[in-house]
Design a protein around this ligand. Sequence first.
Ligand code: IPE
Ligand code: IPE
Ligand code: MG
Length: 251
Amino acid sequence: MPDGVAPVEAARAGAAAAGRPRHVAIIMDGNGRWASARRLPRAAGHRAGVKAVRRTIEAAITSGVEWLTLYAFSSENWGRPAEEVADLTALLKHYLRHETAELHREGVRLRIIGDRDRFGPDITAEAARAERLTGANTRLNLVVALSYGARAEILAAARRLAAEAAAGGVDPASLGEAEFAARLTTADMPDPDLLIRTSGERRLSNFLLWQSAYAELLFVDTLWPDFGTAEFEAALAEFGRRERRFGGRPG
Ligand code: IPE
Ligand code: IPE
Ligand code: MG
């Protein structure tokens, strides 16, 4: 598809039938502020954030969303104080070790994108085990973005294509959007239809920049640890009121 039109056509046809998003992506923000408001350490906010993750997965399953992508740790979050990074790494390890079985029982297929290896061999091993165990499930595709940065992802895809072209494997003139998207970490996923950010911040912070070209953006003031079924359903309802055009004429 060298002209680049077809992917958007496919999104228009396939996504969001009957005003319902097929893929919801969430920037889970506000754990630190939630903790500060309670005079608690930031780690307590992150622990409360894990509970919100559980509620959100349940809500996604109940509402029939096929794909849920959660931004859990950005490539820039490595710049936080070492103690907070250690707390987040420990929480992540605990989650993968103790919640994978429950995800599996629920029929959730887990997949991790981003540079997981930066968290160390324990996480690499737990992540591989979780992906293997849940790999055949079909009820919900849960994608967790860990040490993820969209610019690094796009750059890696560009590098791969450049290397393939230099080796004579691909002809640059024949490359289109589909060929590029196939080299991203999200290769076989649909693009997000709805992208939610909690905590009142209105930015993307290097999340799914390529994939969100036509996502509906929703910024809510709720801090992530307070997010749950009601907020998820309200977001779906808001999505249902949006008119998606994909650059075409008003419907
Ligand atoms: C989101 O909450 C979790 C991560 C980025 C890991 P924050 O930790 O960013 O919380 P705030 O934005 O400081 O309130
Ligand atoms: C974005 O939140 C990353 C995650 C939610 C994992 P941040 O709190 O790191 O983003 P900024 O620094 O406010 O842009
Ligand atoms: Mg934040």
